[in-house]
Write a protein that binds this ligand. Structure first.
Ligand code: PLP
Length: 502
């Protein structure tokens, strides 16, 4: 399937609207908008009928894989189905039509929803206070680390390092650096968990915090977590929990009970708010009472039956983003939590773990499993055996698209060669999982019998194999009929020159 630019579908005089005859006196345009602020030429807009517009954009939307069209086992990203009831709730006029500049007294219901969501996240994480402000997981990490920094400073200490495992998500070292810390990497042991003896040697009075995700990015539960917590706490450091993997443990164990001081959650992963092109993120942070004074302003609070925004917080790290966070995401996450209830959330985690282990144990005879399971909600295989025959993980990922599946995360975590990181999520049926397993097994077969077929994949997608470096550096998104040279002058058929004076 291919699709022309909408400008190429344009035909002079076609319209997608009709306006009634003018029934008021005509006003000279100059009286309304002086000539010097107006365009000298009309904008070059496509002229198309309504069905053309609808079909064009509907077809475009189908050129991309999405969770509504197919299985999306992208490890670490938790691409689970987004229930449509959330969209109904988020579309209620009282939520959809409010403006962040409205007086507080007119958005009491919205404040109540935010406060109640904070309370729910407190009980899910086992922490004392929550800020909904951060716009994504990485932003939550930065927020948490800035609070840790403010905490140390208030006690007259200036530790300069943050420790994270060598399996950490790339945002951990990035956030530590952005917060002004030097990153120290702690190695993993042969079981794929943090090497606790190495950690003991690395922790000292210069340690501001240890950042961990549990289960870790190999999908393995860090079973010596309390020991690690006391090593860090005894040296005066704090514990940061990267809660992006909460889908594995919510309702079962809580970061607060594991000894963490601050945690961020990814509402767009665990709590099903759309992401990956479907919506903005949301990365609330939850803290113990130790860090509560440093939460970003404002904090949503309740006084008797009234909800309000509290700006009177002298030790706050300040504001982390405009307004109060991605409110539409709060409505969706709130709806998710309330529609499942506590037992339902625990079932989500148990099913995510079950699905993951089901797929893992049906694939680990044909793909290498570098760190032995059982795993939690995701697992990592290695394409090393196939790479020895010249078929790399990248090729396997591309070939999966021909079978109608989104590829898993590849080449991450960095400690696994030819990594294939698979997260099925709990929202998939056994039929879907079986179909995925069959595809993965067939591709392993093809790697033996017809390696070129895999190496040149994908074959049935709208766009075939691209030069990835060039695609990222010189994106050229224009469609051309098959066979037409891709090297023609860029912009050759763009919609006329930009109007002057714009
Ligand atoms: C997704 C993820 C993050 C970052 O979250 P964003 O919302 O993408 O910024 C951090 N850590 C882990 C383990 C993740 O999976």
């Amino acid at each position: 399937m291919s699709e022309h630019l909408i400008f190429e579908l344009s035909s002079a005089g076609r319209k997608g609207f009709s306006l009634p005859e003018l029934d008021v006196p005509e006003q000279p345009l100059d009286d309304i908008l002086p000539a010097e602020v107006r365009r000298r030429r009309p904008p070059n807009l496509p002229e198309v009928s309504e069905p053309t517009v609808v079909r064009h954009y509907t077809r475009l939307s189908q050129l991309n894989h999405s969770i509504d069209t197919g299985f999306y086992p992208l490890g670490s990203c938790t691409m689970k189905y987004n229930p449509k009831i959330h969209e109904v709730a988020a579309s209620l006029p009282g939520f959809r039509s409010i403006h962040p500049e409205q007086p507080e007294s007119t958005v009491h219901g919205a404040l109540q929803l935010m406060w109640e969501l904070q309370e729910l996240l407190k009980s899910i994480t086992g922490m004392d206070s929550v800020s909904l402000q951060p716009a994504a997981g990485a932003h939550g990490e930065l927020t948490g680390l800035l609070m840790i920094k403010a905490f140390h400073r208030a006690s007259g200490r200036h530790p300069s390092t943050v420790i994270a495992p060598d399996s950490a998500h790339g945002t951990n070292p990035a956030s530590a650096t952005a917060a002004g810390y030097r990153l120290v990497s702690v190695p993993s042991d042969e079981r794929g968990r943090v090497d606790v003896e190495a950690l003991r040697r690395l922790v000292n009075e210069d340690t501001a915090a240890l950042m961990l995700t549990n289960p870790n990015t190999l999908g393995l539960f860090e079973d010596r977590i309390q020991e690690m917590a006391s090593i860090v706490h005894e040296a005066g450091g704090l514990l940061y929990y990267d809660g992006a993997n909460l889908n594995a443990v919510m309702g079962v164990v809580r970061p607060g009970d594991m000894g963490f001081d601050v945690v961020h959650l990814n509402l767009h992963k665990t709590f099903t708010t759309p992401h990956g092109g479907g919506g903005p993120g949301s990365g609330p942070v939850a803290v113990t009472s130790l860090l509560e004074p440093y939460l970003p302003v404002p904090v949503v609070r309740r006084r008797e039956q009234a909800f309000f925004l509290d700006y009177d917080r002298p030790r706050s790290i300040g504001k982390m983003r405009s307004f109060y966070g991605n409110f539409g995401m709060f409505v969706r996450a709130y709806t998710y939590i309330r529609s499942l209830g506590g037992e339902g959330l625990a079932q989500v985690s148990r099913d995510a773990v079950l699905n993951s282990n089901y797929v893992r144990t049906r694939l680990n005879d044909v793909y290498e499993e570098p760190y032995a399971g059982p795993t939690m909600h995701e697992f990592v295989l290695s394409g090393r055996r196939q790479a020895a025959r010249g078929v790399h993980t990248r090729d396997i990922a591309k070939r999966l698209m021909d079978y109608g599946f989104h590829p898993p995360t590849v080449y991450f975590p960095l400690i696994v060669e030819e990594a294939l990181m698979i997260e099925p999520t709990e929202t998939e049926s056994i039929d879907t999982l079986d179909a995925f397993v069959s595809a993965m097994r067939e591709i392993a077969q093809e790697a033996e019998s017809d390696p070129d077929l895999v190496r040149s994949a994908p074959h049935v997608t709208p766009v075939g194999r691209v030069d990835e470096a060039r695609a990222a550096r010189q994106p050229d998104l224009r469609w051309r009929p098959p066979g037409q040279d891709h090297d023609e002058a860029p912009g050759a058929a763009t919609p006329g020159d930009a109007p002057e004076g714009v």
